[in-house]
Structure formats: structure tokens, C-alpha cells
Design a protein around this ligand. Sequence first.
Ligand code: ARG
Length: 465
Amino acid sequence: MAKKNTATSGKSWQGRLTADLDAATAKLVASIDVDHVLWKYDIAGSLVHARMLQRQGVLTQRELASIRKGLLAVAGELEAGTLALPIELEDIHMVIEKALIERVGSVGGKLHTGRSRNDQVALDLRLWARDAVDRLAGLVGDLQRAFLGLARCQGEVVMPAYTHLQRAQPILAGAALLAYVEMLQRDVDRLADARKRINVCPLGSGAVAGTSLPLDRQFVAAELGFDDVTRNSIDATSDRDFLAELCFACSLLGVHLSRWAEDWIIYSTTEFGAVVLHDAYCTSSSMMPQKKNADTLELIRGKSATAIAQLTGLLTLLKGLPLAYNRDLQDDKRLTFACVDAVEQALGVACGIVSTARFNEPRIAATLEGGFLDATSLAEYITARGLPFRQAHHVVGRLVAQAEKQGKTLAELDLPTLRAACEQIGSDVYDYLGAANVVGRYRTEGAAGPEQLKRQMAFWEKKLG
Ligand code: ARG
């Protein structure tokens, strides 16, 4: 048995459906708990829609003036948080329309001329997504500048690079920091690219087929700062690709943040001790008094899971939908907002973590010569003296095994020992051994040495201002 929803409904379709909505149904169909955040965009769209209706002769000047006044009054209440948001009205679009009609009378009922909630919600979401993209791009830029700042102060620190999380070759810390800046730049570019497809105006598409009324879509689009109008009303009312793209851009950005967080979680352990985080970004333990935990980094790593989950949810929501608008789409907001929120929150903290962190140079230096970071350099030295690289690799492999057995570094092996392994080795070999020597010899474009770092730094200083 349907339970009666006793609240006053005040719905726009009371002509067709006469029964009060079943209470659980009222809850199910409502999205006001989530979509109320769209109110600013809804009002902005309505103000322009009303002006357009007046220009087209659908509204008189007086009608426009009273609708405008009413909308601004409703906006004031929404801003102040004094407007009730009853679930019986379903969503923010109905709440605003009802509040408008209460304020200005039946003329308020003219606002929805030539419009459906289907093109209205598509419009609001595009306006919201455009702002979200701009905010995210700004935050990513801040984070890039934080990495660049750290590279400026400590970029010259020589540290190990890892592959398979095993010591690989020595690098400058600045080069590792700029690796994150590169990833983040792709995120900025991806957001900018998504913005192109976000910034197209769907209003005037109506419920699905457009309208017989003389709307000026180009005027509305231009007034709202859109680059163009959508070409097809059926697609425009049901398209949420722009949200999926935004969620993907956020998810990959989240993945980048997560990779960096993982690096620094490892680097800040007692075992590594390479990065020191500021206390303001750490927490302790309720039981173990010595603890300084990098919880913020762990939460950032975790937030990417939320972002990816929402993206997956959105794609799943979209995948079986027939043309055109279907009510499933109402949940697009829940998913997209959560996705953007997760990444935005992570970004906000990431910037502070990076700008206050320091590399522990003495600690890095103390263990730098462990792990034979200069082995590849020695192989290249031998190769440059005529031995095929495969043989050089073999020679150095044997030398590493020998040094390891004696508890020595390659630079601690004496010349006769080195020459016994390979007669091409000369006394200048010691200029090629040791992490600092190795780093100084990198020559290829994009390498992790001082020459290349200088060039990369100059590029980013100019680009990021
Ligand atoms: N709250 C709905 C949404 O967010 C608005 C559109 C409802 N349209 C409809 N014809 N029932 O998608």
C-alpha cells in the first residue's frame, strides 16, 4: 500500500497527476539534497532566459522586470540559506520556480516558457562544470608552483632514482620534482580540453525536441559566456559526456596525486628518511607517543579511489540509457560532485605539504653510495672506450658482485682490480664513479642532471610565472 505523502506538493504537473506522491517515492525522486548547490547557475540561466524571452516578444518589459526582481530576491534567500528546500519539490529548479511564483505571482509562471528541466539541468551542470574545471586548474597550477619552489631551493640535492623500488641511477631531486610538474601539466591540459566540450549551451533544446516558440539560443549562449550552442536537442538533453570527461580528468589527476603521495610516504619513513614533512600536515597516534604519521598523504592516496569509483559509477549510469533524457541521469550530480570534491580536497592539502616539506640532504648523502647507482655509468665509460655495451654490462655486473662481497662501492675498488676485469679501464675512471660524478655527466635532452634541470627549470619558471 502506498503511504501518502501529506506535505503540500505544489508541483507543476498537478494538472495531470492528482494523487499525492507516495512518501518513499517522494524521497526517491528528490535530488534537492544534492542539486541545491546548482542554485547560482540556475538563477543565472533563468535571468538570461527571461531577458531573451522579452527580446523575442514573449515577455513584456514589465513582466521581465518583475521576474528579474523576484529571481534576485530568491537568490538572496538562497545565499542567506533562509529558503526552505522541501523534498516534495524534488529539485532546485522547482524550488526556485515555486519561490518565484510566490513572490511575483502568476507572471512567474511565464519564466519556464520554451524550457524544460531537461535542458535547464544540462545548462546548470555545464555552468557548474565550467567553474569546477577553472577551480581545479587553478589548484593544480598552485601545486605545480609548489613543486617548482621546492626544486628551486633543493633541486641540486643528489638522490637515488628507483625502478622497481630498487636503487637505479642517481638523479637530482629537482628532476624528480619536475616529473610531477609534467604529470600535472597534462592534467591542466586535459581539463582545458574538457572545458571546450563543457562550454556549449544546451538551453533551448527543451525536453528533447526543441520548441515552436521563437527562442534566441545564440543570445542566451553568448550572455552566459558559452562558445557555441549544442547542435542537436536530443543529444543535448541527454549528453553527460562532459561530466564523464571531467570525472576522468579528476581521476587521472587523483592517480597522479596518489603516486606522488606514495613516493613521499615511503621517503618520509625512518628507513628512507629522505623527505621531512612539516608537523602541520602530520598526525600522531593515540597510543604510540613517538609517531609522526603522514596521514594526509595516505588520505590523498585514498581520495583517488573515491574519484575513480565515481567515474566508474557515472560511466555505468550512462552505458545503457536509451535516447534521450532518463531519470537515471539525476544521479549524475551525486557522482560528479563527489568525484570533484575528493580531488579538490586532496589538491588543497597537497599544495601545503609540498611547499613546507624539505629533503633531508645529509641523510640522503649518508646512504647515497649504497646500491651501486654508478654501475650504469661505469658500463657507459667502458662502452665509450670501444667495448660493445653487452660486454661492458657483463664486466660491470661481475665487478658489482665482487665489490658487494667485499662490502665496497665501485669507487672503492682499486685500479688493478678494475683493470683486471677490463683492460679498457683507465685511471680517469674515478671521475665516472660516485653519484655526484654520474649525475654531472648526463647529456641527453630531458635527463636528470644539472644541465638539463637548468633548462627544465627555465621552461617551468617561464610557463608557471
Ligand atoms: N532533477 C532532475 C535531474 O536532476 C531534473 C530533470 C527532471 N526531468 C523530468 N522530466 N522529470 O535530472
